[in-house]
Design a binder for this molecule. Structure first.
Ligand SMILES: C[S@@+](CC[C@H](N)C(=O)[O-])C[C@H]1O[C@@H](n2cnc3c(N)ncnc32)[C@H](O)[C@@H]1O
Length: 222
């Protein structure tokens, strides 16, 4: 509810961008050089190959994964809220002479149906975990594949340890409110268990969940 109200006022189409240009460039530099090729291989294998497939990179950021998927023959659609990331993505894709499709907007409002939907380390920006899980599945065409890397409680345990006590207390309170009562205030990360429960409740052909380092991995076929 509170997140929904913020979303109403913070509109990317009116020039609102949560990511400063300087931060976008810094993140891009770091992430392009740290691209996880093993993850790209896993997504490709799970999708049964990428060549000719339509792929949505939801919350694609600077586009390091979108670009690698496109290099492997996917018809990539990048969707993100940040115009500053869009500029980086278009510049980098242009260097590789890749055709790009892109839309600016909230992940929660993405539309279309794709052979593959990819979402990496931005789940916590969604307005509501339950609605977003349903949205992600709806974006995959029947028979298509979803692949998600999500920050959850294993990631949070480490983050909490680095926080000053008062901030930690506040974060834990918001975490519990979201996890137990689905009252989400701000960009709170969900628990691994909640993510599993949300996807298990949906009619999917197959579903696998697990950990990838300190992140939760979810992959499914619709
Ligand atoms: C940590 S970055 C991850 C970017 C990219 N997926 C990656 O793997 O590096 C989080 C991304 O989420 C985007 N983002 C934040 N809030 C969003 C929202 N409500 N809807 C769409 N994208 C959002 C940011 O602009 C940023 O690109």
């Amino acid at each position: 509810m509170i997140n929904q109200i913020w979303k109403h006022f913070q509109r990317p189409e009116c020039g609102w961008d949560p990511v400063p240009e300087e931060y976008a460039e810094r993140y891009a530099k770091r992430e392009f050089s740290a691209l996880d090729i093993a993850l790209v291989d896993e997504v490709a294998a799970w999708a049964g190959g990428l060549n000719g497939k339509t792929l949505l990179d939801l919350g694609g950021g600077p586009g390091q994964y979108a670009i690698e998927f496109a290099r492997r023959g996917a018809r990539v659609h990048w969707h993100d809220i940040s115009e500053n990331y869009l500029k980086v993505y278009q510049r980098e894709a242009g260097i590789g002479k890749l055709t790009t499709a892109s839309t600016l907007g909230y992940m929660d409002d993405a539309t279309g149906e794709y052979d593959v939907v990819f979402n990496r380390v931005c789940w916590y920006y969604c307005v509501s975990d339950g609605a977003f899980a349903r949205k992600v599945v709806s974006l995959v065409r029947p028979g298509g594949a979803g692949y998600l890397i999500i920050n959850t409680d294993r990631y949070l345990e480490n983050a909490w340890q680095r926080m000053p006590p008062l901030q930690r207390l506040k974060q834990k309170l918001f975490y519990a409110l979201n996890d137990r009562f689905s009252l989400k205030v701000g960009h709170i990360m969900p628990s691994h268990r909640k993510i599993e429960r949300l996807f298990r409740a949906m009619p999917l052909q197959s579903l696998e969940t697990g950990y990838r380092g300190e992140m939760t991995m979810v992959r499914f076929r619709r």
